[in-house]
Design a protein around this ligand. Structure first.
Ligand SMILES: C[S@@+](CC[C@H](N)C(=O)[O-])C[C@H]1O[C@@H](n2cnc3c(N)ncnc32)[C@H](O)[C@@H]1O
Length: 420
């Protein structure tokens, strides 16, 4: 036992840390004063807001939320509606959850039932608590995204500041290292979530570079990568059709599609008779299949072979613009996507009436992640100068694909334009 750890007793196979149990109990009792003392005093456990019950995997957030679940009568018949959450319990739950979040509780830690605190809040119908966790998720993700940018910037700036430091500029000397230190700590705490670990375990190393190097299994109704991850599935047709119709309302417009996949959205774009139809595709197997299927000789089609990151700056440099742009790649990060719309779309989209869309699959393996990413994207789109409208489309249940990337009920189809 280290100095930082509390007393332990063993029940059967489980070591019970009494300090941890005290925090979890105070959380489940919504004992605000005690919880504040346990998380804020000198003697508090380090990272008290993120302790875990060894048996259930509950964190203090899980405990505080679970305690709001109304008792159900065992004798009630199945399907009987649950009693509503008691307003007083909900109110104290809200205060407890707010306190825990202020004290650094991680919004998306998983319990042993594979639920984040937000999943639990949603399951018991505690909408107010769910919204608090979504907002915490948005703040954490925005911070992480900003810190990524800050770190990139700070390295360059820091080199410049070395010169300043030598000339004795005390203020710069002190602020830069401190900010870098905070960013590393914050990033580590946000990244080191059980959810991130679980995702990595389920899809080890699904990165864009690895995907682009892999051999694809291209079938009539799906494309699978060498790890059996679904790259594109036919059920997404409805989404592609709706996107194509919204983006190209009439013939004679210029469209750019990024990521050909099975050519579903490109097929719908062709039906809308664009005057120019540019397609960027990075995977050699997909490009070969496109040519086999005659895409290089379809009306108005120009195929750009390569990654959008390499192709788009050339098009921007030539001053080419489009009435419509669609983005649907594979195994790229949110940071790639944000670079795409904040640095490329601005130069490529027609100012007058130009519209663009994207395949909105971010966080779709869990409702709360989907909700968090919708808000994060909305804020970043706003910052980049775009308005977005969302349309809900029901999603069918998916079986038999390793990367079951749709767990949410509704797909939210985005349509973006320059702000007025
Ligand atoms: C999900 S599929 C697109 C499906 C397409 N919307 C359809 O309707 O069939 C993603 C495609 O993006 C391509 N891709 C992945 N990364 C890319 C990148 N950086 N630049 C261009 N294409 C990329 C993949 O090879 C794949 O063909």
């Amino acid at each position: 036992m280290t100095d930082a750890e509390g007393p332990e007793i063993t029940f059967g196979q489980i070591d019970v840390d009494l300090d941890v149990q005290e925090i979890l109990l105070a959380s489940s009792q919504h004992d605000f004063a005690k919880l504040r003392r346990l998380t804020r005093t000198q003697s508090a456990l380090p990272d008290a807001a993120n302790v875990k019950d060894p048996e259930t995997g509950y964190t203090p957030l899980h405990s505080a939320i679970a305690a709001c679940e109304p008792e159900t009568d065992e004798t009630e018949t199945n399907g009987a509606t649950k009693p509503p959450i008691d307003p007083e319990t909900l109110k104290s739950g809200v205060n407890t959850v707010k306190l825990l979040l202020e004290e650094g509780a991680i919004w998306n830690d998983l319990d042993n039932n594979d639920e984040t605190p937000g999943c639990l809040a949603r399951r018991i119908g505690a909408t107010e608590l769910y919204d608090l966790i979504v907002d915490a998720g948005v703040r954490a993700e925005m911070l992480l995204n900003r810190l990524d940018g800050y770190e990139e910037l700070s390295e360059d700036e820091y080199d410049e500041e070395d010169d300043v430091k030598e000339s004795g500029a005390q203020a710069d000397d002190e602020t830069a290292p401190e900010l870098v230190e905070v960013s590393a700590e914050q990033a580590a705490s946000i990244l080191a979530t059980a959810e991130a670990e679980a995702a990595e375990e389920a899809n080890p190393g699904v990165t864009n570079a690895r995907y682009l190097d892999s051999n694809l299994n291209i079938q009539e109704d799906k494309i699978l990568d060498s790890d059996q991850n679904g790259v594109m599935m036919e059920w997404e047709s409805d989404i592609m059709k709706k996107s194509a119709v919204a983006l190209l309302p009439r013939p004679g417009l210029k469209v750019l599609n990024i990521g050909h996949g099975m050519g579903i959205v490109d097929g719908f774009f062709q039906e809308r008779e664009p005057s120019e139809h540019h397609i960027i595709e990075a995977h050699a197997d997909v490009v070969a299949e496109m040519k086999k299927r005659g895409w290089d000789s379809k009306p108005g089609v120009t195929i750009h072979e390569g990654r959008w990151q390499d192709i788009l700056p050339g098009l921007v440099g030539e001053g080419v613009t489009f009435d419509a742009i669609y983005y649907d790649t594979f195994a790229e990060s949110y940071a790639d996507f944000r670079d795409f719309f904040s640095e490329q779309v601005i130069g490529l989209l027609e100012q007058e009436g130009g519209k663009w869309g994207f395949f909105n699959g971010m966080g779709a393996d869990r409702q709360i992640s989907y909700d968090v990413y919708q808000k994060v994207a909305e804020m970043d789109l706003f910052e980049a100068g775009f308005d977005v409208d969302w349309e809900d489309i029901p999603v069918p249940k998916l079986d038999g694909v390793k990367r079951a990337y749709w767990v949410v009920d509704n797909y939210r189809l985005p349509l973006c334009r320059f702000m007025d």
